[in-house]
Design a protein around this ligand. Structure first.
Ligand SMILES: [Zn+2]
Length: 114
């Protein structure tokens, strides 16, 4: 039994197209190898678009998640910043009255204006 030709890879990589083609004509092993490579190459071409599509969809999903998270945090921060009762509760554990803020108040807790 003769040894299988091992020149395919080196010829494919280093030889010019003409040398490579000539060797393919005389060497059955390399012809088979070349056919197999062509089949794999076809398969990759076939699969590539759906693979890229999948990647693109994952990227879109990530962007959507980021935007969603930003909206949620912006809303939460906006509510806390605009509603002083909530931020007072977070900072001091209770809502602050006008008296707590050091303003002059009457018996009902209303700010006195002179
Ligand atoms: Zn060969």
């Amino acid at each position: 039994m003769r040894n299988k030709c091992t020149k395919y890879e080196s010829l494919f990589t280093f030889a010019d197209a003409e040398t490579f083609q000539k060797h393919l004509e005389v060497c059955e092993d390399c012809r088979e190898e070349h056919a197999r490579m062509a089949a794999v190459s076809e398969l990759i071409k076939e699969v590539r678009p759906s693979y890229l599509n999948k990647k693109r969809n994952i990227a879109k999903l990530k962007i959507a998640c980021a935007v969603f998270a930003m909206c949620i945090s912006a809303t939460a921060l906006g509510v806390v910043n605009l509603n002083s009762n909530i931020s007072d509760t977070i900072k001091y554990g209770t809502t602050l009255t006008a008296e707590d803020l050091g303003l002059p108040v009457d018996a009902y807790g209303f700010v006195m204006v002179e």
